[in-house]
Design a protein around this ligand. Structure first.
Ligand code: ADP
Length: 682
C-alpha cells in the first residue's frame, strides 16, 4: 500500500473536506469537554432544586412542630383549668377570667366555653353567650367520644353555622368529679387563625400554606406571598387526638431558570467561542494543508525536473562559494554534491592546465562581472577532460537582492564530436570533390603536358641533330644554338613540372590552415588550372583585380577549391553559347559599405545560358546536378567553405546574359602590415 492509499483509507469526507484520523481525538475531547460544560449547570440546577426542596421539607417540619407545640401548650393550659374546675376550685367569674386570659394570650383560640353535663353553658369567653353551644355533627361526635374515653378530643374541622361559616375545630376536655361527669371545656380554633398565628411570617412570605382534613379537601389556606408554583411542595400529616390534619406547603419560588444562570450563560458563550475557534483552526489548518500539499507537489515536481535535467546547474554566493549543485552537474564532474557544496576555488573539477583561465574569470565574478556565455574545459573526478558550455547569470532573491551567481553547464563533448565528425566528412567530401575534379583535370593535363613535352622533344631532337650532323664532324658547331635549344627544352620541362605540381598540390589531402591570404595571389595561383579548363572549351579569361586589396584570413587551398569550382561551372555553362561570347571574367573588389568590417568581394561572371528559377532553388542542395556526370557537391561545398570563413556566397543573373557568382570574405583584422606568406609556386 503506498502512502496515498494509506492516507485515503483513514480519512473520510466531512462538509466537503477531508477529515483525517488526526482530527478524531481532538474532536472527541472537545465534545467531551462541551458535554461536561453543559452537564455541569444542569447538575448545579438539580442540586439547587434538591436543596430548595430539602429546605422546604425542613421548614415544613419545623412549622408542623411549631403548631404542635402551640396546640400542646394550649392543651396543657386547658387540662390545668379543667382539673381545677373538676375539683371545684374554679367557677363563676374566676373561671371566666382565667379563660379570657388564656384566650388573650393565645390568639389562635376563638372561644372557650364551660358547659355542664347537659350541655348548658356555664361560662364562656363570648361577650353574649347563647344558652347552649351549637356544635357541628363532627364536634358533637368528638364531645361524645371525649366523654366516653374521659380523654380530651379534637373534632375534625367543620364549618360553623350559619352554613359554610369559617372552618372551626373544637377541643373537648371532659370534666369528671370522681366517676361523675360534670360537663366539659370546649376550646374552639378558627382554622384560619391557626395558620395566621402559628406560622412565622417569613415562612408564609415564601410559601403558600394550607391545611386539609381527613377527606383531603383544603380547609384553610394562607398565601401571604402569593400562590405557590407547585415546583417545591411538601405535605405532612398531623395526627391529633380525634382529628387528622395535613399541612401542605407550596413554595412560591419557581425552578431555577437556566439562561439567567451566570454559569450557563458563560458556558454557552465559552462553548460558542470554542466551536468558533475550532472551526477557524480547522479552516486554517485545512488551508495550510492545502498550501503544504501544493508546495510539496511543487517541490517534488521541481526535484523531478531537476533530477531529469541534463543541464548541470551550479549556484554560487557572492564569495564564489558553491551553494547548490544539481544531480546532472554532480554526474558530469563525477563528484558528489556533499563534496562540492560550500567549496571555494580552486574547484575539484578545474583542470590544472586551465587554472589560469579559471582564476581570471573567477576574479571577474568577484568583481561583479560575469561572462554570460563561454566555453571551457572541466575535469571529471577520474581526470578525464571534457568541454563545457557555461551560461552564467546573476542570482536575485525575492526582494530583488543580488545574492550570487547561477550557472548552467552543458557537457558539449557530444556536440564537439559531431562537429569534428562533420568537419571530417566535409573534408572527405572536399577531397572526393577534388579527386573528381582530378579526373577532369587528368584529361586536360595530358593535353597541356603534350605541348611542353612536344616542344622538349623537338628541342632535344634539334640538339641531337646538331650533335650528329656534319657541322659537328667538321668542328664548326655553334655552341650558342645548342645552348638555346637546351634552355628552351629546360623551360618547357619547368613548365610541365609546374603543371604537375599544381595538380598535386590541389589534390593533396591536408588539415585546413588559416593564414593571411591575398586574393590577388590566390587568383593567380589557381589561374593555371582555370586556364587548362578554359582552353579545353575555348573560353577566354579576363582578370579584373582591384590593386592593393587587403588580405583575408583563410585557408588558401579551400579558397582555391571554391574559385576552381565556380570557374569550372562557368566554363562548362558556356559550352553551349557562341564561341565569341565565351568570356570568363573574374573580378575582385573591396566593399566597405557592408557593415563594420570591410569585405573583399570576388565575382565569377559567365555569359552562359543563366540559371532558371526552379534550378536556382535547389542550386546549393547536396548532390543536385543537371550534368550527366556531375556530382552535385561543388556549390554545396563552396557555400559551406565560404560560410566557414565568415563570408557569404550568392548568385545573380548577369545583365549581359549568364550568371554572376559572388563571394565576399571579411578582411583579416591584422591586415595592416601583414605579408602574404603563402606564395606557393605552381
Ligand atoms: P556539378 O557541377 O557537379 O553539377 P555543382 O554544385 O557545382 O555541381 O552545380 C550544380 C548545378 O548548378 C549544375 O549542375 C548546374 O546545373 C548549375 N550551375 C552551376 N553553376 C552554373 C552557372 N555558372 N551557370 C549555369 N548553371 C550553373
Amino acid at each position: 500500500m503506498n502512502d496515498r492509499t494509506r492516507h485515503l483509507k483513514f480519512s473520510f469526507n466531512f462538509p466537503g473536506r477531508r477529515l483525517t484520523v488526526r482530527w478524531l481525538l481532538p474532536i472527541f475531547l472537545i465534545l467531551l469537554f462541551l458535554t461536561t460544560l453543559l452537564w455541569l449547570p444542569w447538575q448545579a440546577q438539580r442540586m439547587e432544586s434538591n436543596e430548595r426542596q430539602e429546605q422546604l421539607i425542613a421548614d415544613t417540619l419545623w412549622v408542623e412542630q411549631a403548631i404542635r407545640f402551640q396546640l400542646g401548650s394550649d392543651e396543657e393550659s386547658l387540662r390545668q383549668i379543667a382539673s381545677e374546675v373538676a375539683s371545684g376550685y374554679l367557677s363563676g367569674p374566676r373561671l371566666r377570667e382565667r379563660l379570657t386570659t388564656l384566650m388573650r394570650n393565645n390568639r389562635e383560640l376563638s372561644r372557650i366555653v364551660r358547659q355542664d353535663a347537659d350541655g348548658n353553658i356555664l361560662a364562656s369567653t363570648d361577650d353574649a353567650p347563647s344558652a347552649r353551644l351549637d356544635l357541628s355533627a363532627r364536634s358533637s361526635d368528638a364531645a361524645q367520644h371525649a366523654r366516653q374515653t374521659r380523654a380530651p378530643q379534637y373534632s375534625q374541622p367543620a364549618p360553623t353555622p350559619p352554613p359554610n361559616g369559617p372552618m372551626q375545630m373544637d377541643f373537648h376536655v371532659p370534666l369528671y368529679n370522681g366517676e361523675h361527669y360534670i360537663g366539659s371545656l370546649v376550646a374552639s380554633y378558627q382554622m384560619g387563625n391557626i395558620l395566621d398565628q402559628m406560622v412565622p411570617w417569613w415562612f408564609a412570605q415564601d410559601n403558600e400554606i394550607s391545611l386539609s382534613g381527613d377527606d383531603d379537601t383544603i380547609i384553610v389556606r394562607r398565601a401571604a406571598g402569593g400562590l405557590g408554583r407547585g415546583v417545591y411542595t411538601h405535605s405532612h400529616l398531623m395526627e391529633l387526638p380525634g382529628a387528622t390534619l395535613t399541612l401542605h406547603t407550596n413554595s412560591i419560588k419557581s425552578a431555577p431558570k437556566l439562561l439567567p444562570n451566570l454559569l450557563v450563560g458563560s458556558v454557552v458563550v465559552l462553548s460558542l467561542g470554542l466551536l468558533w475557534s475550532l472551526w477557524a483552526l480547522w479552516r486554517d489548518i485545512n488551508r495550510r494543508l492545502a498550501a503544504e500539499g501544493a508546495l510539496r507537489q511543487q517541490v517534488s515536481f521541481r526535484i523531478a525536473m531537476e533530477n531529469s535535467l541534463l543541464t548541470g546547474l551550479r549556484a554560487r554566493d557572492l564569495d564564489g562559494r558553491i551553494t547548490y549543485v544539481n544531480p546532472a552537474f554532480c554526474q558530469m564532474v563525477g563528484t558528489p554534491a556533499e563534496q562540492l557544496i560550500g567549496k571555494l576555488p580552486p574547484m575539484p573539477y578545474w583542470a590544472p592546465e586551465a587554472m589560469y583561465e579559471y582564476r581570471e574569470r573567477f576574479a571577474k565574478v568577484l568583481a561583479g562581472t560575469v561572462t554570460p556565455q563561454f566555453e571551457t574545459i572541466f575535469q571529471r573526478a577520474n581526470g578525464e577532460r571534457f568541454p563545457v558550455l557555461i551560461f552564467e547569470s546573476p542570482l536575485v532573491d525575492d526582494s530583488g537582492k543580488h545574492t550570487g551567481w547561477m550557472g548552467s553547464i552543458l557537457d558539449i563533448s557530444d556536440r564537439k564530436r559531431v562537429e569534428d565528425l562533420n568537419r571530417q566528412q566535409q573534408e572527405k567530401l572536399q577531397a572526393s570533390a577534388r579527386l573528381a575534379s582530378m579526373g577532369e583535370i587528368a584529361s586536360t593535363l595530358a593535353h597541356e603536358l603534350n605541348q611542353p613535352l612536344a616542344a622538349i622533344s623537338s628541342y632535344t631532337s634539334g640538339a641531337l641533330n646538331i650533335l650528329n650532323g656534319e657541322a659537328m664532324q667538321s668542328g664548326q658547331v655553334d655552341p650558342g644554338i645548342l645552348r638555346s635549344a637546351l634552355e628552351n627544352a629546360n623551360a618547357q620541362a619547368q613548365r610541365a613540372g609546374q603543371i604537375i605540381r599544381s595538380v598535386h598540390a590541389f589534390v593533396k589531402k591536408r588539415e585546413p590552415i588559416r593564414e593571411s591570404v591575398r586574393i590577388q595571389s590566390l587568383i593567380e595561383g589557381v589561374i593555371p588550372l582555370i586556364e587548362m579548363q578554359a582552353h579545353q572549351f575555348f573560353v577566354g579569361i579576363q582578370l579584373d583585380i582591384e590593386p592593393g586589396l587587403p588580405p583575408v584570413n583563410a585557408d588558401r587551398m579551400l579558397l582555391e577549391q571554391v574559385l576552381f569550382n565556380l570557374t569550372r561551372n562557368a566554363v562548362e555553362a558556356m559550352q553551349t553559347v557562341a564561341p565569341e561570347r565565351r568570356i570568363l571574367r573574374v573580378q575582385a573588389t573591396l566593399d566597405k559599405t557592408s557593415g563594420a568590417t570591410a569585405r573583399v568581394v570576388v565575382a565569377v561572371i559567365d555569359c552562359g545560358p543563366g540559371i532558371p528559377r526552379e534550378i536556382a532553388e535547389r542550386l546549393f542542395s547536396p548532390f543536385f546536378s543537371t550534368k550527366a556526370e556531375g556530382m552535385g557537391m561543388g556549390l554545396n561545398i563552396c557555400r559551406t567553405t565560404i560560410e566557414f570563413h565568415g563570408g557569404t556566397l550568392t548568385h545573380a543573373a548577369n545583365p549581359a546574359g549568364g550568371t554572376i557568382f559572388t563571394f565576399s570574405l571579411p578582411v583579416a583584422v591584422e591586415s595592416e602590415g601583414s605579408t602574404d606568406a603563402s606564395t606557393r609556386p605552381y
